[in-house]
Design a binder for this molecule. Sequence first.
Ligand SMILES: Cc1cc2nc3c(=O)[nH]c(=O)nc-3n(C[C@H](O)[C@H](O)[C@H](O)COP(=O)(O)OP(=O)(O)OC[C@H]3O[C@@H](n4cnc5c(N)ncnc54)[C@H](O)[C@@H]3O)c2cc1C
Length: 290
Amino acid sequence: MLGLGAVGPELGQALSRMGIAVTGFDALDRVGGLEDPAINELAIELLGRDMALHLGATAEIEEDGECLPVAANGKSASVDKLLVCVGRTSNLDRLKVERLGVALDQDGMPPFDRETVQVADLPICIAGDVDGERPVLHEASHEGRVAGYNAVHEPSTPFRRRAPLAIAFTDPNICVVGETWDNLKDRDVVVGEAGFDSGRAMIMLREDGFLRFYADGATGGLLGAAMIAPQGEHIAHLLAWSIQKGMTVFDLLEMPFYHPVIEETLQAALTDAAGKMETCTDQPAGLAST
Ligand SMILES: Cc1cc2nc3c(=O)[nH]c(=O)nc-3n(C[C@H](O)[C@H](O)[C@H](O)COP(=O)(O)OP(=O)(O)OC[C@H]3O[C@@H](n4cnc5c(N)ncnc54)[C@H](O)[C@@H]3O)c2cc1C
């Protein structure tokens, strides 16, 4: 498995569980697009149960008769098949965009507005993976709707972007929501974190996982999250919707959390963050006076 972004771990794990010996290589020290070091470390440990992982060195491939030797920084594997999951490049260059009369960036991309998807001040919209922004289906669909609207309206209307949401369907799911750790780590953020040792995860024998979210240190406003989590896809949606609605740690703590459900880990992480924040009220977090 060459490339351990989203697709590499998904397919590698699936193949491994079908009984195929899998070795994964990636030039980065990260898997699943994770920037959060604690979640990344756990993800490497959990994925490592299904496949050998060689990270942090560019892999090189040689053809050697029947086998394909793959090597990266002294680690090697001789494989029968190689699945290359290293992303896709747009074919925009074949559309002769250099003739548009606008300066292209180093990737050959013309300037465009993320909220109107209009290219410069031209009667052209750009939507979907081709713009290199967020290459996932719901974002492509959103941009397509904006493009369709603005194609028949003048002037172009800006439409608010959705909170970023990325899910790798590994087991457990790897999810990244909102602003990422690399953007936030030097800001005043409080990290709320919790493991999946709640009653429901124990009942399901699904205790492997960890959730970390980041909130503004002054207001408790939710900014982003990363997790490797059982049913993480659902918790990631809850957090993405909360971020997009501008909710805080304290807003979410006022919400009901049933027992026993996986979401109790989110409640534990919210309680953790609230405890780390300096509040100017002695009212207990999660209780709203009427
Ligand atoms: C292996 C894989 C797994 C994925 N898994 C997920 C997932 O789980 N969740 C998710 O949200 N997203 C996933 N994605 C991403 C998702 O598929 C894309 O975000 C989505 O398809 C983007 O839609 P699009 O219309 O922009 O591009 P595409 O679906 O790629 O469609 C572009 C179309 O344009 C055509 N085309 C290109 N150039 C020209 C031209 N010059 N003239 C005419 N036609 C042209 C192409 O043939 C193609 O049919 C995955 C992608 C891959 C490759």
